[in-house]
Design a protein around this ligand. Structure first.
Ligand code: ADP
Ligand code: MG
Length: 320
């Protein structure tokens, strides 16, 4: 099978051309008609085998994770998915692998209403770079900058589960619900769209809460104060590793892809009601404060009101 047959067989599944997608896979470029009065939100994430996912993981699950981490970035901006591009590098043409990768990708593309619009296929060590496109009404995207002093900090869902899922995968305990949280994170697209009406700043937690909330604080010129005891931790996580480690992972492990956002106090009640009506759980975990002379972006406080000090606040590919 040659390159073009491979593309036709495995990556031409999104044929639903319509008002939005005038031309998809098969030409030199895709042609898109962007909805009027919208802004295009564009994000790109690379996943390298052995770095971002276990290289021997099931191909269908690798596909789920690859698309969902990109959709999570759209969610964090309050954008609605339009479609995505896939640059795939493969060591060989492995039909069963490609078939389950393609099936997983097609399933999620349909589920999240995000067609595959094009890409590139090359030979080399297994890695994939996805570019996702989304739309937000002009001027309404949720940025990292924009939080104000006194605002409340929230997260969706629970934190730390994906890290525990990875531990289960590494130890061969495949049946835990935590494993799903690692392979199939839920991009919080509905939450992101609703939060356009309430949040002043937002991001998705990919590298660890403390590090990521620090990005909101820095971009907004503030200090984020996080109350560690308020962190939402799942029963499964607590049962697996106990309170202390669960809390540590909730604070600093990545891969959960929940949203973290800042809301002005007068809008908190309406926000909580809107998200709960949509079946989305949110937890207040901290507050935006005026920066202190310490210059740090994040402070984390324990149940006794003491500052917690960490060696690393999150994942950093180039940490020295
Ligand atoms: P070109 O040489 O003009 O860049 P290619 O031969 O690389 O085009 O690709 C042919 C068509 O197939 C293009 O429409 C491209 O977007 C699409 N394509 C290539 N690889 C993939 C892939 N992995 N997933 C989806 N579409 C792909
Ligand atoms: Mg071309």
């Amino acid at each position: 099978m040659g390159e073009f047959e491979l593309i036709r067989r495995y990556f031409q599944f999104s044929t639903a051309e319509g008002d939005l997608l005038e031309l998809g896979v098969g030409d030199d470029c895709a042609l898109l008609n962007i909805p009027p009065n919208n802004q295009l939100a564009v994000t790109c994430d690379t996943l390298v085998a052995g770095v971002h996912f276990p290289a021997d993981g099931p191909a269908g699950l690798i596909a789920h994770r690859a698309l969902r981490v990109n959709l999570s970035d759209l969610a964090a901006m309050g954008a609605e998915p339009l479609g995505f591009f896939l640059a795939l590098t493969l060591p060989e043409c492995d039909d069963p692998w490609l078939a389950s990768f393609s099936e997983g990708l097609a399933f999620d593309a349909a589920r999240f209403n995000c067609p595959l619009m094009g890409g590139d296929t090359t030979r080399g060590p297994l890695s994939m770079t996805l570019t996702a496109l989304g739309a937000t009404p002009r001027g309404q995207a949720l940025k990292r900058a924009g939080a104000r002093e006194g605002e409340r900090i929230f997260v969706t869902g629970c934190l730390g589960d994906a890290r525990a899922g990875l531990l289960c995968i590494e130890e061969g305990r495949a049946s835990s619900d935590l494993v799903d949280r690692y392979w199939q994170p839920t991009p919080q697209l509905t939450a992101g769209i609703l939060l356009r009406n309430y949040a002043s700043a937002a991001l998705d937690i990919s590298d660890g809460l403390l590090q990521d909330v620090g990005h909101i604080a820095s971009a907004s010129g503030l200090e984020a104060v996080i109350f560690a005891e308020q962190l939402p931790l799942s029963k499964s996580l607590l049962a697996l590793v106990g309170h202390d480690k669960a809390r540590l992972w909730g604070l600093s492990a990545g891969d959960d892809y929940e949203l973290c956002f800042s809301v002005p106090a007068p809008r908190v009640a309406a926000m909580a009601q809107a998200l709960s009506a949509a079946g989305i759980s949110v937890t207040e975990i901290g507050q935006m404060r005026r920066p202190t002379h310490s210059g740090r972006a994040v402070r984390c406080i324990d149940a006794q009101g003491r500052d917690m000090i960490f060696e690393a606040e999150g994942y950093d590919h180039f940490a020295c």
